[in-house]
Design a protein around this ligand. Structure first.
Ligand code: ZN
Length: 290
């Protein structure tokens, strides 16, 4: 009997110790949950308060561009050489996603991302005569303008084929210029020598262009028609009309939509001819920066 008392006391102490430890653990766990919640709220609050990084600023450099002459290409060419080939190419992907797209009806921003001169995508051959604008589709669903531009740029390394385009119109309506219009692009077979090429991004296998892409395609084509004194009737053609290639797929399979696009360009030129010919129509960014 004498031994039972210390045993009971020992059990009680042990229980108390376990209880105290349990409490300490619980307090620690609650403190951790509390801290995580506070940190999460702070991070969420900051993300809400700080506006997303954007490069909406565009600078109007068109004063130095002589429209609708060909001297537009001079500053573009110098921009390419001053940018340095390697760095210019590598910064393309980072900046292209942030290109601002104007919603104004009488304005178009062109993002200059000129390719490095190379025999596979930018040979530097003079394009002295422009008789038509050729519309293409990228044939890569959801592919962005930046990705397509990167593909052209990388051809100088991989040398797998010869391909390029003067312009690429992206899924958000952004317009990326890869080659000055006084140089040829490798896009339209035997018409490379007298046409300007526009590659257009699309969402899916049908090749159908979304509204933003269509809007910029219309504006860019209209601007080129005015620049080179072409008519919408015979100044806009499909790659299909050159070589029979299924390009741009949607406009080959839907002749009515192709006609609708051409009509929309003609109408736009009629309504905005003065604006299209003015120095203010285009603004320029370079690799997404003004
Ligand atoms: Zn094509």
């Amino acid at each position: 009997m004498e031994e039972l008392i210390p045993k009971k006391k020992g059990r009680k102490r042990r229980k108390r110790r376990i209880f105290v430890r349990l409490m300490i653990w619980l307090i620690l766990v609650f403190a951790m949950i509390g801290m995580i919640t506070v940190v999460a709220l702070i991070v969420y609050g900051i993300s809400k308060l700080v506006p997303k990084a954007s490069s909406e600023k565009t600078v109007n450099t068109s004063g130095s561009y002589d429209l609708p002459g060909v001297s537009i290409d001079d500053p573009q060419t110098s921009a390419a050489t001053s940018g340095g080939s390697g760095t210019a190419a590598s910064s393309a992907t980072a900046s292209a996603s942030a290109i601002s797209v104007s919603s104004s009806d009488e304005h178009l921003n062109i993002d200059l991302q000129l390719l490095t001169k190379n025999p596979y995508s930018r040979p530097g051959t003079t394009l002295s005569n422009v008789n038509a604008v050729v519309i293409h589709y990228t044939a890569s669903p959801k592919g962005t303008a930046a990705e397509n531009r990167e593909y052209f740029e990388d051809l100088r390394i991989f040398k797998t084929t010869k391909a390029s385009s003067h312009f690429i119109v992206g899924l958000d309506g952004e317009v990326v210029q890869c080659i000055p219009t006084r140089e040829i692009a490798y896009a339209s077979n035997n018409r490379n020598k007298d046409t300007v090429a526009i590659e257009c991004c699309h969402e899916d296998e049908t090749g159908k262009f979304n509204e933003k892409t269509l809007d910029s395609m219309k504006k860019l084509t209209a601007w080129l028609l005015v620049k080179f004194g072409l008519s919408a009737d015979d100044g806009i053609i499909r790659h299909y009309d050159v070589s029979g290639k299924l390009c741009p797929k949607y406009f080959v399979e839907h002749e009515d939509e192709w006609k609708k696009f051409k009509d929309s360009v003609a109408e736009y030129v009629d309504e905005h001819r003065a604006a299209l010919a003015s120095d203010d129509y285009l603004t320029f960014t370079e690799f997404g920066r003004s």
